[in-house]
Ligand binder design. Sequence first.
Ligand SMILES: Cc1cc2nc3c(=O)[nH]c(=O)nc-3n(C[C@H](O)[C@H](O)[C@H](O)COP(=O)(O)OP(=O)(O)OC[C@H]3O[C@@H](n4cnc5c(N)ncnc54)[C@H](O)[C@@H]3O)c2cc1C
Length: 292
Amino acid sequence: MKPASFKYYAPESLEEALRLKAQYGDEARILAGGQSLIPAMNFRIMQPAVLLDLNLLAELSYISTKDGKVLQLGAMTRLNEVEGDVVIADRVSLLHEALPYIAHPQIRNRGTVGGNIAHADPAAELPVVALAMDSRFRVQSTNGSHWINSEDFFRGYFETAIDSSEILVEIEMPFLEPCTGWAFLEVSRRPGDYAMAGIAAVITLDSNHICRKARLVYLNLSDAPLDAKQSADLLVGEMQSNELIMEVAIKASEEEIMPMGSLHATVNYQRHLARILTKRALKLAFGRAKQT
Ligand SMILES: Cc1cc2nc3c(=O)[nH]c(=O)nc-3n(C[C@H](O)[C@H](O)[C@H](O)COP(=O)(O)OP(=O)(O)OC[C@H]3O[C@@H](n4cnc5c(N)ncnc54)[C@H](O)[C@@H]3O)c2cc1C
């Protein structure tokens, strides 16, 4: 298959890219790693009139930290660079743990952090991790830049709060707090496939091992990353127990998630996966929190 015809620009500066985005608005798509956009164009699911290729913008590709507390990722940073970063492995371990689940190494060599997030596939790993970690996203237009919290960013199937004149330029993710445990788990038919269901869990304990904060975010169990707040709230103020974990797993899988079902997994099977993954993720996260 070949894509419909389009105009192609490869701006050499962010200013030039923003000018072109302002000029073409919705008609222009950003080309980042191209791992989702190009197949969609080849199948003519997407037919943008204009492609703005950001691959010359080295200024958007970086991994840095702020105040020793926050990870900063340029939108064009390749997924494999994030996967291999030792600071991320140590301080933002949930992100490190989720990375190998994204597609295959060849795709992670080209795919970008910004592309994965801006694409907003409900079955993608980074949006789920970003929400579980309370990340924020900096979007920029010719009028300047502003931050959008992850809670306000994902709006449904392949839909985000990025305006037609804006480009996603940076992602900030706080380091894990002390006494915090994490877990990222998912189930797919084959390694590298999009998952039928997944979960990111983050648990912070006090010095008596009582849960102070909890976050449970589900993958592919709604039209966007699903933040199961009511289920997570059951954990706060409590110590780990099998009964509590079972109660949370049942509440999340029966009451909070909104699975759509697919060719590969019925709604009932997705609920079953959610229950099992919740139990496993909570045990892992509590265990890790006690060790830190
Ligand atoms: C076989 C296969 C399996 C895959 N499996 C998985 C998987 O299991 N999990 C997973 O998460 N992903 C998976 N992917 C998708 C892959 O991770 C992509 O790399 C990712 O979704 C998009 O990143 P990209 O940089 O390639 O973006 P592109 O394909 O270049 O762009 C994707 C979309 O985001 C927009 N965009 C990109 N960058 C920006 C920006 N800075 N600002 C605004 N808009 C922007 C584009 O205009 C486009 O609409 C798979 C892909 C393939 C081909």
